[in-house]
Structure formats: structure tokens, C-alpha cells
Design a protein. Structure first.
Lengths: 555, 354
């Protein structure tokens, strides 16, 4: 019998085959290959030939190294706990009461989350550091305050910067609890407090743990804060990677590679712990009737507003301090008051080149992120196939690989043949794309999952070929969702430090690197001015984004 | 080219699950043909195979004499109305309707009048500049209709187009669709699970169950002569009774009543009888029963009658045919109109009455 082929077309005629292939090639070259080369690097040494555990042996026997491991765990765990302590009550008050100035506190929380990574540390040094304005002011009256340097200071700064993750994840969950659930508990005789702990909390706990995981990973990966506040005694793993790499120049970064692997293992373990905990506890809800806001008046309204105000204001304070200081006169390495534009005038050409680099790199990266993001999310959601699982896994990479580790991966891999990229702008742009693409893919996928596939089918049915339909209808409809995700990625690219500082070679410094370098070199005036420009730029972009998306920004 | 749709032995597989087990249809040009069945019967699967959105695991699909199995969806020249309308949310009403014309490279000067005419046909010309989000469900439905037929397709497919509308609008739109189809003469394949809708709108109906066609026929054929107990139960209300068929087409019900029915095959043995509520009537002798409940519904009275073995039957009596209303508790005898009832073999469920 004659067997006729039905509607199957050869794979090379399917454009989605090529999209998937492109994505795999990008991730293979710029993620899998670099990461596997630091794995092999970690088991090599310049002192002995072949496979060796020497680097790990050295790490776990010298206090200089394993001390940093405990420091890292400490400054990740403690801010996570305190971020929950601040973020959960704030989410509860913001979703359940008519808090005065609600929108302002919400925006302030987003702004402090999206601020440059070293800004908090820098501002706190200005206030409470050895020559800080509050320290010297109090010293006049003989009062000494506990030191800001080391464990306590780093934990405080990271808590205040990262608590918004908890606030946003938790308030998202609290808004999706159907009010009938709580009413039911009340109807069954539960008091308000009892109801909170027996119904509300268990339902939002998975979201809190998801937020806590992000806080933990961000704190663990943070580079700017411990660099500024750690001094020479308190080192964390990302700082070690940076220092080791600098001192090992000429070598292959064997020890730095080993440290990188240890840090990735820690994040992987935390990820699995969180996933294991949430496992069956994920209560998916869509509130038919979102919980009602309790109207309170007078003093009670003041009481529910006060904690929210204090938390968001204190966490936003660094940005005010830095911007205000940038207009002060400086004398050697300290601010001496007054009002001047000289800090800005002194910047000269460095400002324009770094500003140009920041915008050109981040915008080029954004173009790629938006285009690849749309294609990739479509391939994952609608054309799953056998490779969907692998694509999903690749998307987890930036969550577990800290910036400094990726930076090291790239240096180790791309300063030798066959592909030499170190010192170019391209490598910084690529690092932006690899690190931020997954966030855009995720937000685009979430959007696509809600979109009815029959809209695309209607277009095909009306005679527009599938690929043309994709660009004309699907991509067009996805654009708003993709943009709101991409704008956040843009702001984080602008403020990126830990990865780009390892990849930059002077002439391609971004604004963030330039600001950080000035602060480290004690040219406080320029540092403050550059930080202020950075803060205001990020703030403006975010506020425009919030306006355009009507406040629907997801972190 | 003729716009008939011919399907031979269509098969659809999802892994090991066979959703369509060799379905054959012969839909005539200009016909309003409905695929009717409960959810999961394969009716939408088949429609999507015709549209080109589902792969075809077996069988041949023809539009006229042209085999379309390998023709991609966008080249099949089919109009389709989706269950949730699938209006492009970023385009206005007239842009939505013009979409298919532009894809066909219709000259610009021709597009505007054709769009206008289509919108007038579905009575929404005044909404041309609106965005879909500003339209009600019924209005969106009209846009979807206009968008589907403005391209003058050879075949029009409709996938439960009325299921998202409220009851009153559904009846209203059903008439709009029927009249429009008559006027344009487009071969139409319509999918629904609503038997009343299918009866009202179709020229012919295919009743489906578990990927198999149970019966194809006009609405009257399907209602009056269901070919198997499934169709009898799915379309309208039917009373089922166990019975025995004796030689000569004599049906013995519970040993209490014997009626002779016209048969098309010789069968002797256990059987099942189905009768519509209006095909039963009260008489002097027959199946003894007791009135349990009566509901006066204006043009007819619905009775619930319990037989001696405890089974309940529904009996409708038209008010124009009777003057008395039976009360609950009253003892009655039931009889059947032998030319209207259907009898099926117990084992094979095949119909033996003609």
C-alpha cells in the first residue's frame, strides 16, 4: 500500500528548530563552555601536573579562605532573616490597611532594591564611618557608636537593600488570597491573630521562601558592599574571587575557580532546599474576591503607616545622602559642607565616556534580550518538544551563578584562543545578556501562558503564514509584558558591578565601575557625583517604567 | 471547484490514546453540517484537523477533489470562528475584519467597501472604529463572524461559537448565523455539544461519541429515528425499557404489554426500547403504573409514572388533546405508538425498527 506522508514537514524547514538551535549555541558558548572550563581549572594547579584537589585542600585548611566561607554564609543568612522580619509585616500592612502614601512607599522600596550595589555601603560610611558625619558629630559629645565595618554593618546594609524582595513576593501572595478563605476562618471562630498564623501565613509561606531564596542569593553574590565595608579583615567569597584573580594574574585562576565552584554549590543547595520545602505546599490561587483593605482613621492610621514609612525611608536614605553629598565641597577625602557643582565639573571626560559606555552596552544588550527573549519564551511555552526541559534548566543559571563567578568564567575562557574577547565591549554586553535574559524570558513566558493560542490560530487561518503571524500578532501582543521585564533588566544592567568590573579594562568602564573605583580610591567628590548621576538615572527610568506599566512591575 | 468536504477514515492519536477512530463524512456544497457530541467525543479534534491545526495520523481530507492533508493551515482558504472569538485585541473592529483581506493582497480600494458590507451584514457597522475591549460578548461574536466570512472562504468552520453567550443571546445569534449561512451559501461545519442548538441550526448532524460517529442525519431523522440508545438518550428525552422481541416483530414488555412494531431485520431475543415522552399515552389497558407527580407546563403536562418494577417513565400529554389532569396516586395504563418507538438489540445495540 502506498503510504502517503501527512502534515509533517522536515525539521530544517521549521523556523523554530533554528531558534532553538541559536539559543542552544548561545548558551553553550557563553555559559556551558566557560563554566566547564572553570570546573576543570579548579582541579588543576600550576605547581603539579594533572588532576589535583590541591586548590580545595588549600581552601579548607587556611583560615584566610574557609573563614570567608563562614563570613559569606553569615552575611547571607542574617540579612535573609531580617529581611523577612521587615518585609512580611510591611506586606501585611500594605495589602490590608489604608496606609497613608501607599504608592510612595512602594516606589521607594523598588528604588532601593534597584540602587547600585555599593551605594548603601557608601552612604552608611558617609554617615557612620570612621570620618562619617554622624560619627564625628556624636564624638564631639563623647558618644561612640558601634563600628559599621564588618559583619554587623554588611548585614544591616544588605537587609535594608534586599528586604523589598520579601515585601513584593509576600504582598503578591497576600493579594491573591481569596477573602472568603479568611472570612471562613473567622466564621469558624478564629480570632484575627489566630487567623493570621493558621490561615494567612501558611498560604503565603511558599512565596516568602521564594523571596528569601532570592535575598540569600543576592546577598551571597554581593560584591560591592563587602568590598567597601569588609576592610582587610572581613572577606567574603566574591571578594576572594576578585582578589585571587587579581593576584593570580598570569596564572589560570585555579584557586579562584575552586572558590567559584564552592559558591555555586552553596546556591544550588539553597535552591534545592527551597524547592524541596515548597514542593507540595504550593497553593495556587486566583482570588475571585481579593482581600478587603481595612479602613482605619486618625491615630490608628498613623500607627499602620509609621512602620512602613520607617522601613522604606531608612532603606531609601542612602540615595538621598549620596545625592546631597555630591553637592558638598571636599577637602582631601572628606566632605566639608557648603554647596557646589565642582564635583560634577571635575568629572570631565570620564563622565561622558563612562556614561556613553553604560548606555550603549546596556541598550545593545536590551535589544538582544528583547528579541531573543520573545523567541525563546515562545519556543519554551508553545513549541516545548524534547528540548524544553533543557532550555528551562539553562534559564536557572543566572540564579545560581553569581556575577563575579561568571566574570571569572569569561576571563578564564575568553583570553585564550579560539575566541579572544577579554578587554572588549562585546564581552561585557554578552555577560549582560546571559545574566538578564532569563528574567525577561520568565516574564514573557508568564504572559504567553495567559494568552489564548486561538488568537494566533485565527491569524494563520486568515491566511498569514505561521512565522509572519508570530511577528505580526504574538510578538506584538507580548511586547508590553516583555518591556516591563526588560526595563527592570536594563536598570540592573546599568547598576551591574560584580561581573563587569572583572571584564572591564579601563577604557570600557561603565558609570557604575567608574563610581565604585573613585570611591575605593578615596576621591569621594567624584564618587558621590557619579553615584548621584547613577541613582537619578536609574530612578528616572524606574519611575517612567512604573508610569507606563501602571505600577505593575514584577521583580 | 466544488466546495464539498469529504473525509475518509480520519484518525487522530495522542500517544497511545486514539481520539478519532476512522471518521468518514461527506459534506455537500453549501450544507450546514454540525458535529454534535459530549465533551471528549472528538468533534473539536476533527474540526481542527480540517482547519490544519491538528496533525492527521490517518485518513484523507478533500475539499472538492483536492486532497488537503499536506496543505498548511494558512493556505487552506477556510474561515473559522473560535469558541472564545480570538479577536485581535490590538486591532480595531474594522482592522480585525480587514486582516484576512490584507493577507490575501486584496487591493486597498476594495478592502474598505468589503469590510463595510461585512459589518453591515452582522449589524455592527457603527462599531467599526472600536477596540475589542470596548465590545460586549455578542458584539465580539459578530466581529469574529464578519472576519471569517469576509474572505469568502470555501468552507466556514465554527467551534462552539455560542457557548460563551448567555441563553437569550445564544438563541438570537443562532438565528443570525443560520440566516447568514443561507444567504452566503458557504459550506459550514459547526461544532457544538448543545443538542437543541444542533437541531435548530443544522441541515445535517453527525452525532459523535468516543471518536466514532454514532449517526448522521437531518435533525428530524435523528430525533425521530435514533439509530442507537446513545443517540436516543443524547438527543432530547427518551424513556428506556427492557423488553423481549418475539418473531414477527412482536415486542413483549415485562410480560404485561405486547405491541407489534415494523422491523427491518429478523431478530428474536432480549432488546431495549426507547420512546419519547410524547410517544407514550394513557389508555384503557397496557403497562400498569401509578402517577407520582404531575407538572403543568402550559401547552403540555409532564407526568412521572412509576411502573410495577419501580422504574419511572416521563409521559407528556398535550393540553389540546385532553381535558383532564391526572392526579398523583392515580392508577393508569400506558401504551405506545408502535410506529414511533425504536427498539435495539440488547447486545449489539443495533436498531431493528424502521
Amino acid at each position: 500500500m502506498l503510504k502517503r506522508k501527512n502534515t509533517t514537514i522536515p525539521f530544517y524547514m521549521d523556523p523554530w528548530f533554528w531558534v532553538k538551535l541559536m539559543v542552544f549555541v548561545i548558551f553553550a558558548v557563553f555559559l556551558v563552555w566557560p563554566f566547564s572550563s572553570i570546573i576543570t581549572n579548579a582541579f588543576k594547579s600550576t605547581k603539579v601536573a594533572g588532576f589535583t584537589l590541591r586548590n580545595f585542600e588549600r581552601f579548607f585548611t587556611k583560615k584566610y579562605y574557609y573563614g570567608a566561607l563562614w563570613n559569606s554564609v553569615g552575611i547571607s543568612l542574617v540579612p535573609t532573616i531580617f529581611a523577612v522580619v521587615l518585609g512580611v509585616p510591611m506586606a501585611y500592612l500594605m495589602t490590608r490597611y489604608n496606609v497613608w502614601g501607599k504608592k510612595i512607599w512602594h516606589v521607594l522600596a523598588i528604588l532601593s532594591l534597584m540602587s547600585p550595589p555599593f551605594l548603601g555601603a557608601y552612604a552608611w560610611i558617609m554617615l557612620f564611618g570612621r570620618a562619617g558625619s554622624i560619627t564625628t558629630f556624636l564624638a564631639n559629645y563623647g558618644i561612640t557608636i558601634p563600628t559599621i565595618y564588618g559583619f554587623g554593618g554588611i548585614s544591616t546594609v544588605l537587609t535594608l537593600k534586599l528586604y523589598p524582595y520579601i515585601y513584593m513576593y509576600t504582598s503578591g501572595a497576600m493579594e491573591s488570597i481569596d477573602s472568603s478563605l479568611e472570612e471562613c476562618a473567622e466564621n469558624l471562630g478564629s480570632g484575627k491573630l489566630r487567623r493570621f498564623f493558621t490561615v494567612t501565613m501558611p498560604v503565603v509561606t511558599p512565596s516568602i521562601t521564594a523571596g528569601a531564596l532570592v535575598v540569600f542569593m543576592s546577598a551571597l553574590a554581593d560584591f560591592g558592599t563587602p568590598m567597601l565595608l569588609g576592610g582587610s579583615e572581613f572577606r567574603t567569597l566574591p571578594v576572594l574571587i576578585y582578589n585571587e584573580y587579581l593576584s593570580e594574574t598570569g596564572g589560570n585562576g585555579n584557586l579562584a575557580s575552586a572558590i567559584s565552584i564552592i559558591i555555586v554549590i552553596i546556591t544550588l543547595v539553597m535552591l534545592l532546599v527551597q524547592k524541596g520545602y515548597v514542593g507540595r505546599r504550593n497553593y495556587i490561587m486566583s482570588a475571585l474576591r481579593p482581600p478587603k483593605e481595612t479602613e482605619v482613621h486618625g491615630f490608628r492610621r498613623f500607627l499602620v503607616t509609621l512602620p512602613v514609612f520607617l522601613i522604606s525611608f531608612i532603606s531609601f536614605l542612602p540615595q538621598i545622602v549620596v545625592c546631597a553629598s555630591s553637592f558638598q565641597h571636599t577637602n582631601y577625602s572628606s566632605f566639608i559642607g557648603g554647596f557646589t557643582f565642582e564635583n560634577y565639573q571635575n568629572l570631565g571626560a570620564r563622565l561622558w565616556s563612562s556614561l556613553g559606555n553604560t548606555f550603549s552596552y546596556s541598550l545593545i544588550a536590551m535589544v538582544f534580550i528583547v528579541i531573543i527573549g520573545i523567541l525563546m519564551s515562545y519556543a519554551i511555552v508553545r513549541k516545548k518538544g524534547k528540548t524544553g526541559g533543557i532550555l528551562d534548566m539553562l534559564l536557572m543559571a543566572p540564579y545560581v551563578i553569581p556575577g563575579s563567578v561568571l566574570g571569572l568564567c569569561y576571563i578564564v575562557t575568553f583570553n585564550v584562543k579560539p575566541l579572544i574577547l577579554t578587554g572588549t565591549a562585546a564581552i561585557i554586553i554578552i555577560s549582560y545578556i546571559i545574566r538578564k535574559l532569563p528574567y525577561t524570558v520568565r516574564s514573557a513566558s508568564a504572559f504567553l501562558l495567559q494568552m489564548d493560542p486561538s488568537v494566533e490560530e485565527a491569524s494563520i487561518n486568515l491566511g498569514v503564514p505561521p512565522m509572519k503571524t508570530f511577528w505580526k500578532v504574538t510578538a506584538r501582543l507580548m511586547l508590553p509584558g516583555v518591556f516591563s521585564g526588560a526595563i527592570l533588566s536594563w536598570v540592573t544592567c546599568i547598576n551591574e558591578l560584580s561581573c563587569s568590573i572583572m571584564l572591564s579594562s579601563g577604557h570600557n568602564n561603565t558609570l557604575t565601575i567608574e563610581a565604585y573605583t573613585n570611591i575605593v580610591r578615596n576621591s569621594v567628590g567624584s564618587g558621590a557625583a557619579l553615584s548621584a548621576i547613577l541613582t537619578v538615572t536609574s530612578g528616572l527610568i524606574l519611575i517612567i517604567a512604573l508610569r507606563v506599566t501602571k505600577g505593575k512591575i514584577r521583580v | 471547484m466544488s466546495n464539498a468536504v469529504i473525509i475518509k477514515d480520519a484518525v487522530k492519536k495522542y500517544g497511545d490514546f486514539i481520539a478519532l477512530k476512522g471518521v468518514s463524512l461527506d459534506i455537500k456544497e453549501g450544507e450546514f453540517f454540525t458535529l454534535l457530541g459530549p465533551s471528549g467525543c472528538g468533534k473539536t479534534t476533527l474540526l481542527r484537523q480540517i482547519a490544519g491545526f491538528n496533525s492527521i495520523e490517518g485518513g484523507d481530507f478533500y475539499f472538492g477533489d483536492k486532497r488537503i492533508n499536506a496543505v498548511p493551515a494558512h493556505k487552506r482558504d477556510i474561515g473559522m470562528v473560535f469558541q472564545n472569538y480570538a479577536i485581535f485585541p490590538h486591532l480595531t473592529v474594522e482592522e480585525n475584519v480587514a486582516y484576512g483581506l490584507k493577507a490575501r493582497n486584496v487591493p486597498k480600494a476594495e478592502i474598505a467597501p468589503r469590510v463595510k458590507e461585512a459589518l453591515e451584514l452582522v449589524q455592527i457597522a457603527h462599531l467599526a472604529k472600536r477596540k475589542p475591549s470596548e465590545l460586549s460578548g455578542g458584539q465580539q461574536q459578530r466581529v469574529a463572524l464578519a472576519r471569517a466570512f469576509v474572505i469568502e472562504p470555501s468552507v466556514l468552520l465554527m467551534d462552539e461559537p455560542l457557548s460563551n453567550l448567555d441563553a437569550k443571546l445564544r438563541v438570537q445569534m443562532r438565528t443570525v448565523i443560520k440566516k447568514l449561512q443561507r444567504k452566503l451559501g458557504i459550506t459550514t461545519i459547526y461544532v457544538t455539544h448543545d443538542q437543541e442548538e444542533a437541531l435548530a441550526i443544522s441541515d445535517r448532524i453527525a452525532v459523535m461519541k468516543d471518536g466514532v460517529i454514532m449517526q448522521i442525519g437531518t435533525p428530524t431523522e435523528i430525533y425521530a429515528k435514533p439509530q442507537n440508545p446513545f443517540v436516543a438518550g443524547f438527543i432530547g428525552v427518551s424513556n428506556f425499557l427492557e423488553c423481549t422481541v418475539e418473531s414477527g416483530g412482536v415486542v413483549d414488555i415485562h410480560g404485561q404489554l405486547k405491541i407489534k412494531v415494523p422491523t427491518k431485520k429478523d431478530y428474536v431475543g432480549p432488546a431495549r426500547l426507547s420512546a419519547r415522552p410524547e410517544q407514550l399515552f394513557f389508555s384503557e389497558e397496557g403497562l400498569p403504573g401509578e402517577i407520582m407527580f404531575s407538572t403543568f407546563l402550559g401547552d403540555f403536562i409532564e407526568y412521572e409514572v412509576r411502573l410495577a418494577d419501580g422504574q419511572n417513565l416521563i409521559v407528556n400529554e398535550y393540553t389540546k388533546d385532553t381535558t383532564e389532569v391526572h392526579e398523583a396516586g392515580e392508577k393508569v395504563f400506558l401504551n405506545f405508538d408502535p410506529t414511533r418507538i425504536s427498539v435495539y438489540e440488547a447486545e449489539s445495540e443495533e436498531v431493528i425498527t424502521c
